[in-house]
Write a new protein. Sequence first.
Length: 276
Amino acid sequence: MQPAQFAVFGHPISHSLSPAIHQAFAQQCGIELAYRAIDVPPADFADAVRRFFADGGRGANVTLPHKAAAFALADQHSVAATRAGTANVLTRLEDGRLAAHNTDGDGMVRDLAERHEIDLRGHDTLLLGAGGAARGVAWPLLDAGVRSLTIVNRSPAAADALADAIGEPARVRTRYWDDLATIGSFDLIVNATSAGVLGAALQLPFTLLGNRAVCYDLSYGQAAAGFLDWARAGGARHACDGLGMLVETAADAFALWHGQRPDTEPVYQTLRRQTA
């Protein structure tokens, strides 16, 4: 009997740690599974996902640049996915339909609160980016108690659309990217742009960094290096990449698929040593 089939879809995807993470979780929980990375360009995403599930796939993780397309492809959506309009997890239901979930924000908040022991309540927060990754974390940040959320994106229309979707004008505002040097300082700065993944520099002013600021990049490894170097050079109290978030979101997906949540800390520590 073949093991249950799982995958992660992205473009590019060769850098993904998801196969190693899910195999480590499976070993920990005594589950046999097959998990592979599938690189597919946006034009072919829907067909590739349908083919994967038609061939017996049980579940899939979804990363850049497919999260909005994954949401659109699904027949059923979790509350978090509906709020964000994006999905990072697809699950095949018993009747063959696809359910979409978004575990990004909860994973990030859990990483900050539990692993890094940061209480987010009362933080004035700057969210860089307004794409799928940003939409996945915006609501959970507000749910975690940040005092304010300022959204800045190179395309102002996308930032305005996200702020309008959240619908909390007393706590959420948008500003222009060109005004970053004059919008003040923040307690928490979250980089949800794809600049690092694409090898581009952000060119951020140090004036954004408040006293004892926390800086968090949703990416990890080399993709997060530029932002984290900037944060450390500017005196940030914490400069964290998204490796812990990746492990936490993977554990949430694993729990959806297998009915048990693995212990994330040993897997995180192993990956941290390997990627150091």
